[in-house]
Ligand binder design. Structure first.
Ligand SMILES: Cc1ncc(COP(=O)(O)O)c(C=O)c1O
Length: 393
């Protein structure tokens, strides 16, 4: 089969090899710890290719290899490594490169548990983290030290939605021999292609849009080059990171419909954001497609679309008023993660988390995920929510 360059075709066919499995389209679920060898020599030979063929369950099975091929293809990388969660993808990628005495530059808008990993685990192992302003761009140069090994980015921030100037950061990083990592979960690897912008390592919380059905926890680390992939693969194997073939199968099944689901998430989120913009209760729309979002022009330059996740800043309402709104929602459920078929809404206070920058906003922040429900029902749900916010219901 010819290899199309078009992402929608690739997503459907990548990681699939029906000829090798009696014509069956989806890869079988190989449940394997033990793999046996016919001779001592065969066992020795297999050890050398243990990351490419079945050798021992912890290093992978045909099911996990198929998913990894597909994830690498999605992002345009050399190869991917599967780990047990999105957070494990972050921590494992950092562990693969950092050692005592190293310095890490971490974006201030980063996913909270990533910050926790740096402030606690990495600190305990002698790695120092400096947080930087997500809008710093080329100004990152001023924070680089001789011992800086990694610049970690996440764009947009998953609550406050600042969009980072990744090409500016990667250019400066590479002048200093520093690797750049990105948590690329928001774009789902579909709307932003990090390797085209100089990134070395991309991270996906596969839990979200690739899995897509709120029933899996999974992560991927995707490397641009063979050297980086090998370094990460050796680390995951050393740490004993392995995923279940059932999880791999489900993620691959989810991935096949990624583009149509994302299109719907995008459209509904934009409809909601435009409607929210007309509401008196709303102070600011933090959606990358809106000029009010910090770094919007960078999103226009570097991204090809937006997913279902965005935030709004309300005017000055009390916590009790916000709670009244959230408590009675019919479709916007409260819960963590996003990227599933269902709509979600959570309140957050970024002021409590920042250290390099202050986050000033007019009022409380609500993060919304537009699910696959009819958007008119979602608008009606929000309308009733605003009535409760205003004490009218
Ligand atoms: C931006 C981002 N990265 C990473 C993660 C971690 O993913 P997981 O829940 O699979 O550990 C999350 C989870 O919410 C996230 O929002």
């Amino acid at each position: 089969m010819s290899k199309s360059k078009r992402p929608d075709t690739r997503i459907v066919h990548t990681g699939s090899d029906p000829k090798s499995q009696k014509g069956v389209v989806n890869p079988p679920v190989y449940r394997a710890s033990t793999v046996i060898f016919p001779s001592v020599q065969a066992m020795k030979d297999a050890e050398k290719t243990r990351f490419d063929t079945t050798y021992y369950g912890v290093h992978g099975t045909p099911t996990t290899f198929a998913l990894e091929d597909a994830m690498a293809d999605l992002e345009g990388g050399y190869r991917a490594v599967s780990v047990s969660s999105g957070l494990a993808a972050v921590s494992t990628a950092l562990i693969a490169y950092l050692q005592a005495g190293d310095h890490l530059l971490m974006v201030d808008s980063v996913y909270g548990p990533t910050r926790n990993f740096c402030n606690n685990t990495l600190k305990r192992f002698g790695v120092e983290t400096t947080y930087y302003d997500p809008l710093i761009g080329a100004g990152i140069a001023d924070l680089i030290r001789p011992e800086t090994k990694i610049i970690f980015t996440e764009t947009p921030g998953s609550y406050t939605f600042e969009i980072q100037d990744i090409p500016a950061i990667t250019e400066i990083a590479h002048q200093h021999g520093i690797k750049v990592m990105i948590d690329n979960t928001w774009s789902a690897g579909y709307y932003f292609k990090p390797f085209d912008h100089g990134v070395d390592i991309s991270i996906q919380a596969t839990t979200k849009y690739q899995a897509g059905h709120a029933d899996l926890i999974l992560g991927h680390i995707i490397a641009k080059t063979e050297n980086d992939w090998r370094k990460i693969k050796i680390t995951t194997s050393t740490l004993g990171q392995a995923i279940s073939p059932d999880a791999a199968y489900l993620a691959l099944r989810g991935l096949r419909t990624l583009s149509v689901r994302l299109e719907q998430h995008q459209e509904s989120a934009l409809t909601l954001a435009h409607w929210l913009e007309t509401r008196d209760e709303v102070d600011t729309i933090l959606h990358p497609a809106f000029a009010s979002c910090p770094g919007h022009e960078i999103w226009q330059r570097d991204f090809t679309g937006s997913c279902g996740l965005f935030s709004i800043v309300l005017k000055d309402f009390s916590e009790a008023q916000v709670n009244a709104m959230l408590d009675g929602m019919d479709y916007f459920a409260m819960g963590f993660s996003w990227g599933g078929f269902e709509s979600l809404m959570v309140a957050s206070d970024p002021r409590k988390i920042r250290s390099a920058t202050t986050w000033e906003a007019g009022g409380p922040l609500l993060r919304l995920h537009a699910g696959q429900e009819d958007v008119e029902d979602l608008i009606a749900d929000l309308e009733r929510g605003f009535d409760r916010l205003n004490g009218k219901a």
